[in-house]
Design a protein around this ligand. Structure first.
Ligand SMILES: [Zn+2]
Length: 360
């Protein structure tokens, strides 16, 4: 089964020169289309080679695609506007990770003089689809370059393989960070990833960074940052893969995690509460980890839901009693029912049990 979607991706702050060039290309495609339609049917070109005589220096890839578009509109007599389109050979989507762990998306396509590569603004739900595309779980259709008001977009069509996991709902709660990097819990089964190694390496890098900063060694500083970034990214890929495998093995249909972006979120060292909520340099490894879990889960048909984390580590997951302060150490001890449980497992259970009213 496949689902067709069109992603409307806004080109991120194109320069004036680029905007003018896009407009010129769109004008030329429209002119070409109308010249094409003015020809007797038998003389209409079928390839970019045959069309060269009636086009104003459009790239062959754009011309070929324009001919396809025109021919697909059998009844058209005149085009008020025909936007340039690109097939899946000529339009490319690329993903890089910025230093703060966010995916940075770029697209490239043939333009009037040469190919252009441009960053695009991508919403979280669009990112999910683009990740599927890069993983080979979605097929790329045509992309259309479109102006809406003063802004330029590409409308990218995708065919996505669908298939929700079958069976009764089974929710796994995932808690990030307090004592361990990640704890997952589903119906009494738990999976731990220790954050110890990650924290150790990040501290070591932080020390080195301070030294280099004092020495004013900017290039070395940047290399160090890149190295740390690659290392953390690698850890996150492994952890997210193991987590999703664990979920599949236990028949999980939904993964619930804390919404770090709106969270009262305490950094694992427990020293300070931050106000920038999951997106700062401190938190990017967690933010990136969630993104990886999200798209890997999507690949196997597991839904991901975010919940507000306010009380997850302050509430007893058995009787619902809340305590005033965060438990010190590894154990949550409930003053009402007396239950003792690992703090992060208790939190993961609360996340799993979150009623949908808590979902963000
Ligand atoms: Zn209790």
């Amino acid at each position: 089964m496949e689902q067709a979607v069109t992603l409307k991706l806004k080109l991120h702050e194109p320069t004036k020169a680029k905007r003018e060039m896009y407009q010129l290309m769109a004008d030329r495609v429209t002119e070409f289309a109308n010249r094409y339609l003015s020809l007797p049917k038998k003389e209409r070109p079928r390839t970019s080679k045959e069309a060269a005589g009636i086009s104003d220096s459009l790239p062959a890839a754009v011309l070929n695609q324009a001919i396809r578009d025109i021919r697909a509109k059998k009844k058209a007599k005149r085009f008020k506007r025909l936007w340039p389109t690109f097939n899946n050979q000529n339009f490319r989507v690329e993903r890089e990770f910025s230093r703060d762990g966010r995916a940075v998306w770029k697209v490239s396509f043939p333009a009037l003089e040469k190919r252009v590569g441009v960053p695009v603004a991508v919403a979280p739900y669009q990112e999910r689809y683009l990740n599927l595309l890069l993983e080979g779980r979605a097929r790329q259709g045509v992309a259309r370059l479109v102006r809406r008001g003063g802004d330029w977009y590409v409308h990218l069509s995708l065919a996505v393989a669908t298939g929700r996991r079958q069976g009764p709902e089974k929710v796994m709660g995932v808690d990030l960070g307090m004592v361990d990097l990640l704890v997952a819990s589903v119906e009494g089964r738990t999976l731990f990833f220790s954050g110890g190694e990650l924290a150790y390496v990040r501290r070591r890098y932080a020390r080195l960074r301070r030294k280099l900063q004092k020495a004013g060694a900017n290039r070395a500083l940047k290399r160090l940052g890149d190295k740390e970034h690659r290392w953390v990214t690698d850890v996150n890929h492994k952890v997210s893969r193991r987590l999703v495998e664990f979920a599949v093995a236990h028949g999980v249909t939904k993964i619930r995690m804390e919404d770090l972006t709106g969270a009262r979120w305490v950094f694992p060292q427990g020293r300070e509460q931050r106000k920038d909520h999951g997106r700062s340099l401190q938190y990017w490894p967690y933010y990136q980890l969630q993104k990886f879990i999200e798209y890997k889960a999507a690949l196997v048909g597991i839904e991901v839901e975010y919940v507000r984390p306010d009380l997850t580590s302050l509430t007893c997951s058995r009787c619902g009693e809340t305590v005033k302060s965060r438990p010190k150490g590894r154990w949550f001890r409930c003053p009402r029912c007396g239950r003792e449980k690992h703090v992060d497992v208790n939190a993961a259970d609360n996340i799993a049990q979150a009623v949908s009213g808590l979902a963000t």
